[in-house]
Design a protein around this ligand. Structure first.
Ligand SMILES: Nc1ncnc2c1ncn2[C@@H]1O[C@H](COP(=O)(O)OP(=O)(O)OP(=O)(O)O)[C@@H](O)[C@H]1O
Length: 347
């Protein structure tokens, strides 16, 4: 649904150049919720704004629903933009208009006749659960309700794509959860493709099918969330299952084990301890429900250095677990191991 190819955007101000997006390739499939994660300044907003050409990229291509936006003329681009909704962190509502008036605004701009407009506004308010607040002004409703107005307004042109720029960052956790639930619901009911940017791991955990992690204008990893979490060395996995830097003593092996679905239900720690008659020390871990699948990460410590634990590590891998051995450079202890030198996760 969205194809971004070799996208590059450089800001030039007062003789200074900042490369905000530095050669990004990204594909968002139709009907998925795709999250772009990254710290402040990573280039997320710029990337998102290039998708509807609020920012014009210096290089690269952006295709939305098969159309190359950079090739469209003024009128065509305006029409194409109407099919790409956008919501913002600070809602951007018109304070002098009621809730209904705010939702009607884009319909007026599109030239939708008055009677049709009223019916469509009612339909949109119903969709986001705001029918009772149609006549309230933005100052009279909560942050969560304001974002619902923002969502209704963004859906006015029946877009196939919704861009979300930190839509829940200004909301408390409970309200965030209800807005994310609404977005998930709209994604399923309307087949809406959602591209969102966030710095919150929780957003990815709750609603994203796929994700990308950005750093310094580049995408450092991307793919389906489940696959990323099971990929050794994944920043997303480290962000979602935060564990402190391991203390490596040399006479033990510290291993991060990621497990999902069925393998999450098997008692692999006790099986390992029994099979090899060893004491397995549990150092930390967490289990999360990701898109209906249980995925977890456990840090365990085995007696003896990694080279004497080859059979134990193979045992874990054969049980379908993703195994990352700390303090092992390259591939010394088998595929999927990781070196210690890794950058901190995104949040
Ligand atoms: N209009 C602009 N003019 C000059 N530099 C800009 C402009 N907008 C963004 N930048 C710079 O581009 C880089 C990427 O900014 P961007 O806002 O895209 O990042 P971000 O990941 O969305 O961060 P945040 O979450 O803080 O908004 C930053 O170094 C920023 O200072």
């Amino acid at each position: 649904m969205i194809q971004i190819e070799k996208l590059r955007k450089v800001y030039r101000a007062r003789g200074r150049e900042v490369t905000a997006v530095d050669g990004v390739d990204l594909t968002v499939r139709e009907g998925e919720v795709f999250g772009v994660l990254g710290r402040s300044g990573a280039g997320k907003s710029t990337l998102l704004r290039c998708v509807n050409l609020l920012e014009r990229p210096d290089e690269g291509r952006v295709r939305v629903d098969g159309r190359d936006l950079l090739e469209l003329s003024g009128g065509e681009l305006r029409r194409a933009r109407q099919r790409i909704g956008m919501i913002h962190q600070h809602f951007g509502l018109l304070s002098s208009r009621t809730v209904a008036g705010n939702v009607a605004f884009p319909l007026e701009v599109m030239g939708v006749p008055r009677a049709e407009r009223a019916a469509r506004v009612a339909e949109l308010l119903e969709l986001v659960g705001l029918t009772e607040h149609a006549d309230a002004y933005p100052a009279q409703i909560s942050g969560g309700q304001k974002q619902r107005v923002g969502i209704a307004r963004a859906l006015a042109g029946r877009p196939k794509v919704l861009l979300s720029d930190e839509a829940t960052s200004a909301l408390d956790p409970e309200t965030t959860a209800s807005i994310l639930e609404l977005l998930r619901d709209l994604n399923r009911r309307l087949g809406l493709t959602i591209l969102l940017i966030t710095h919150e791991m929780d957003v990815v955990k709750r609603i994203c099918d796929s994700a990308a992690v950005m750093r310094q204008g580049r995408v450092v990893e991307s793919g389906p969330v489940r696959e990323l979490l099971l990929r050794p060395g994944s920043e997303l996995a480290r962000g979602l299952f935060p564990l402190p830097e391991p203390v490596l003593r040399g006479d033990t092996t510290v291993v991060d084990v990621t497990f999902e679905g069925e393998s999450a239900d098997r008692p692999f720690v006790s099986t390992l301890a029994r099979t090899y008659s060893i004491d397995v020390n549990i150092l930390g871990g967490a289990v999360e429900d990701i898109g209906g699948t249980r995925i977890g990460r456990l840090r365990i410590e085995l007696p003896g250095p990694p080279d004497v634990n080859a059979a134990q590590l193979a045992h874990l891998r054969e049980a379908g677990l993703t195994v990352e051995v700390h303090g092992v450079a390259g591939d010394a202890a088998g595929a999927g191991d990781t070196a210690t030198e890794e950058e901190a996760p995104v949040s």
